[in-house]
Design a protein around this ligand. Structure first.
Ligand SMILES: [Zn+2]
Length: 468
């Protein structure tokens, strides 16, 4: 039985999708006005890992993730860069897609942009108004939160706490106009020149952020979806408001499982612009010493609900683990094939590992335990290689490892980054040792390089290297 932790109930629940064999999944995507930081990438990677696991388990996953391509942040960035709102959105949507592709995140089934659904959004607001769930003041339309009895359920706070929170977090709204501090904007008046607005029965304006996701969910996935995902910071107000709107609109459950990923801490501090510890994926990928797949692996190896502690040292440590994976996978690829027979013992061992892998992932996507199984399988692979196991046996292990590693976003087994500092240092020391005819030290350093995945050969022009 597969279980997932639902933020709505604060419990692990048996995962049972609406339609057997199919999963309707929505992940709140970025507002495209800047390069994404490592925290945004964490969300993309965490839910890509979950999606890939569900697909491996045989589900057909309809994975929808949006771009918010309008609003104050996009407008402000346009002014800064001398670009139109559309140009800003295009530029940073492309950058986002490039960044996540480098991290082996699979393309979404649909990647809707909010501006493509204006008519549907206006219609959605009209229906909420007709049912008394929304009211218009001075060209703005607000959702009437005290009319929706489950408003505070997802965030597990009481209404008083939410009111206090709302005062700080909903600053963009005109507090004076609202009947209640927790009421939020469905439609915002926009009459500034040179700022894009859309026509509506309440005058020119644009939709509120929460409305966008409710409508794109509705159009692309239907009234009730299986999984709604996002960062834990989206629970209130964003997901709380999406839920209130969508359930008021349809009179039905909006989401069966709410999944939220934890934060990324940088050098043991919470990442924030003001602390100056803000790391963008764009910058990290410019660094030739970083293997994009290593960054993917680093982000994927922590279970989605736990915080990820980022530091360069921890990223390098993940890279070293990955180097070991690469080495074994390359060795397997050289020797695996269809000759010989798989021994009953090996077949049984692989089968048991697979059962444990599934058990770990079925328990709310427990990637740490699943990776323990992966490393045991790698040990089995190395032992089998050494023991001269027939090619068919090695093929069996290779196939399983490839499938499991794919879930973590590891699809190729060469390092596509330059030599690590450690390898460079070892090579320099070894060249020096050979110059000084210290062959004992030279041999020792050859072994150390081997540990780092590098074979070294000595020729007339000095040492040459080959990845193991
Ligand atoms: Zn959203």
């Amino acid at each position: 039985m597969q279980s997932v932790y639902n933020t709505y109930s604060l419990e692990k629940e048996i995962f049972s999708p609406i339609e057997p064999g199919k999963v309707r999944m929505y992940l709140c995507g970025p507002t495209v006005y800047n390069y994404i930081h490592i925290g945004n990438a964490r969300s993309s990677v965490a839910f890509d890992t979950i999606r890939k696991y569900l697909e491996w388990r045989g589900y057909d996953v309809n994975f929808v993730s949006n771009f918010t391509d309008l609003g104050d942040k996009v407008i402000a960035q346009g002014e800064k860069e001398g670009l139109t709102e559309e140009e800003v959105a295009d530029k940073y949507a492309d950058a986002f897609l490039e960044d996540v592709a480098a991290l082996n995140v699979e393309a979404a089934t649909s990647r809707p942009r909010a501006t493509q659904y204006m008519e549907e959004m206006v219609h959605f607001v009209e229906k909420l108004m007709a049912e008394g769930m929304a009211y218009e003041v001075n060209g703005n339309v607000y959702f009437r939160t005290n009319q929706f009895k489950n408003y505070a359920v997802l965030s597990h706070q009481n209404m008083d706490e939410l009111k206090k929170n709302a005062a700080g977090r909903l600053d963009g709204d005109d507090q004076e106009e609202k009947e209640n501090p927790t009421d939020f904007a469905l439609w915002k008046k926009e009459v500034r020149e040179n700022v894009t607005s859309w026509p509506s029965p309440w005058g020119p304006g644009r939709p509120g952020w929460h409305l966008e996701c409710s409508v794109m969910n509705d159009v692309l996935l239907g009234e009730t979806i299986d999984i709604h995902a996002g960062g834990i910071d989206l629970v209130f107000p964003h997901h709380t408001n999406e839920l209130a709107q969508s359930e008021s609109y349809h009179g039905k459950t909006f989401v069966n499982y709410w999944l939220h990923n934890g934060f990324v801490n940088i050098n043991d501090e919470k990442m924030s612009k003001s602390l100056g510890n803000f790391v963008t994926i764009h910058d990290l990928l410019q660094d030739p010493s970083i293997d994009p797949q290593g960054l993917r692996y680093f982000l994927a190896k922590t279970q989605y609900r736990r915080p990820v502690a980022y530091s360069r040292a921890r990223l390098d440590q993940a890279q070293q683990e990955l180097t070991k994976i690469y080495r074994t996978m390359r060795a397997l690829a050289k020797k695996a094939g269809n000759t010989g027979e798989v021994s009953a013992d090996l077949s049984e061992q692989v089968h048991l590992l697979e059962e444990r892998f599934i058990g770990a992932m079925d328990d709310d996507f427990g990637v740490e335990n699943a990776l323990t199984v992966v490393f045991e399988a790698l040990t089995l692979a190395n032992r089998s290689l050494e023991a001269g196991e027939p090619a068919a046996g090695l093929q069996l292990i290779e196939n399983h490892l490839q499938n499991w590693l794919h879930i973590f976003g590891i699809d190729h087994f060469e390092e596509d980054h330059q030599l690590s500092d450690e390898v460079k240092r070892l090579l320099e020391r070894r060249a020096q040792a050979r110059k000084e005819k210290d062959f004992a030290l030279s041999d020792e350093l050859r072994d150390a390089l081997k540990e780092n995945g590098v074979a070294v050969k000595d020729g007339r022009d000095g040492q040459t290297i080959e990845w193991l």
